[in-house]
Ligand binder design. Structure first.
Ligand SMILES: [Zn+2]
Ligand SMILES: [Zn+2]
Ligand SMILES: [Zn+2]
Length: 471
């Protein structure tokens, strides 16, 4: 690129208005601006028909109006004749501008290199993923190049997913086999389903990342893109997860944003799994138990059917007492809401400080977006109140007239103490259980209100009767 034209110097965003100085900023320029932001001198042959009409303004005004790119054919404008001083000032700015342009080009080049490195790392990672997950037809393809790989196995010791013993994940670069073996029991890490052995050791995120770390560098060979991008991924993953766990342990959440859903068989927490499609199978969104059960069967309950059942129980409970749903006692205190907001903000910061090379690990992506959703929800609770944010004020107003009602998860959290789910039953402990102090309080409040209404009605009737008797 040649030496910058005067207009390029005085309109450049790489120089500040201060650096330009008042003398240059006060120069007048006459331009025609095209729709694309390129400016021309009025008689330039490159000016399109749709360009704006000719305008004269100071350089300061031109800069204030936004970015412009001067046309290189015509110089971009008719610039007022420069005085001797102005010419000298302009000349002095040229090397500064050129140095900044060079810096910018350098930064762009680094950025492009980095993008390219990440793209290459991701391609290698994806191939490693196919090998770890035993995608047969991909492995057939990969086998064509195994001759180039080193012959020695690569291994990593991990804690067994099923017992206290150590297990070893290993990768054989020549056969492309990835295996897992618990020292105590070779069956560990696998389940047998209709003659097929399923490698459930891989469903542990950390194991999966470790296995990828054994395979990927072999596939990468001399290309260090993968190592540069992902070598610290397992450590970053671990650091993020354990920092969040440590925070949770020290800070029990001041607010419950989701109900306490438990496994009816072992009391373990039920976690929500997303809807997914694997091959021809579609798995609906479901709740599943965090614990593995001795019978080896997973506890999985379809989300929609659990939620519907909970809603029906709540609705039945509240239909004759809709005012209970908006009892002031259910409203979380402003202190708790503020504390929860503070905790979530801190957790987001902890997450971002540790995430490093693990930022695209599925599980962590989900945790991050859940944190953002929760922050949004708590902000709404802060602004509108918890009962309104949960849709409970709307419920109290309209509930008696509808047959079914879909509660928000926040409403379910406010109205239930515990939900226990087994394969064939759902037990819901509401905050309104008969005989509890809270239910007695709500019921007596309700009876008092009804009695007050009745006695007012009685007075009215007695007055009417007395009027009739008098006549
Ligand atoms: Zn032009
Ligand atoms: Zn084991
Ligand atoms: Zn369980």
């Amino acid at each position: 690129m040649g030496k910058p034209l005067p207009m390029e110097v005085i309109s450049s965003t790489l120089l500040t208005q201060d650096e330009l100085g008042t003398a240059l900023a006060g120069l007048t320029v006459t331009i025609r601006a095209s729709l694309t932001g390129v400016v021309h001198s009025p008689r330039c042959r490159q000016v399109g028909k749709k360009a704006e009409a000719e305008k004269t303004m100071t350089v300061g005004e031109l800069r204030a109006a936004g970015d412009v790119r001067p046309c290189r054919t015509c110089g971009g404008a008719i610039v007022e004749k420069l005085s001797h001083d102005q010419t000298e000032q302009l000349e002095a700015l040229v090397p500064i501008l050129e140095a900044r342009r060079e810096q910018m080009r350098e930064a762009e080049r680094k950025e492009r290199e980095e993008q390219d490195r990440i793209r290459r790392a991701d391609m290698i990672d994806e191939r490693a993923h196919h090998i770890v997950h035993r995608w047969d037809w991909k492995i057939e393809e990969e086998k064509r190049t195994v001759g180039r790989y080193p012959t020695s196995r690569r291994i990593a010791a991990v804690p067994c997913t099923d017992c206290e013993a150590e297990a070893v994940i290993s990768f054989d670069p020549r056969s492309l086999d990835v295996s897992y073996r618990c020292q105590a029991d070779p069956e560990h890490g696998f389940v047998h389903l209709n003659e097929e052995s399923l490698a459930i050791w891989q469903s542990n995120d950390e194991n999966k990342l470790i296995a990828l770390g054994l395979v990927a560098p072999v596939l990468a060979g001399r290309d260090d893109a993968w190592t540069k991008t992902y070598a610290t991924r397992v450590d970053d993953y671990r650091a993020t997860v354990s920092a969040l766990e440590a925070f949770d342990e020290e800070h029990p959440p001041p607010l419950r944003l989701v109900p306490d859903r438990r496994c009816g068989d072992c009391s373990g927490t039920l976690r929500l799994g997303p809807r997914a499609t694997t091959g021809s199978q579609r798995i609906e969104a479901h709740y599943s138990c965090e614990n593995r059960h001795a019978d080896g069967k997973s506890r999985r309950h379809e989300q929609s059917s659990v939620d519907e059942r909970v809603d029906r129980i709540l609705h039945r409970r509240l239909r004759d007492h809709p005012s209970w749903a908006t009892a002031a006692e259910l409203e979380p205190s402003r202190e708790k809401v503020a504390a929860h907001f503070g905790d979530l903000t801190k957790k987001t910061e902890i997450f971002d400080a540790h995430i490093g090379a693990a930022k695209s690990v599925d599980q962590l992506v989900k945790i991050r977006s859940r944190l953002v959703e929760e922050l949004e929800l708590v902000r709404e609770i802060h602004e509108r109140g918890g009962l309104a944010a949960a849709g409970l004020t709307r419920y109290a107003a309209g509930a008696p007239y509808v047959r079914h009602w879909t509660f928000t998860d926040l409403a379910r959290a406010f109205l239930t103490r515990r939900i226990e789910v087994t394969g064939d039953s759902i037990k819901v402990v509401t905050v309104f259980e008969d005989g509890t102090p809270f239910q007695r309080l709500l019921r007596s409040r309700e009876i008092r209100a009804e009695l007050a209404e009745l006695s007012q009605r009685q007075e009215e009737l007695e007055r009417e009767l007395a009027d009739l008797d008098r006549e």
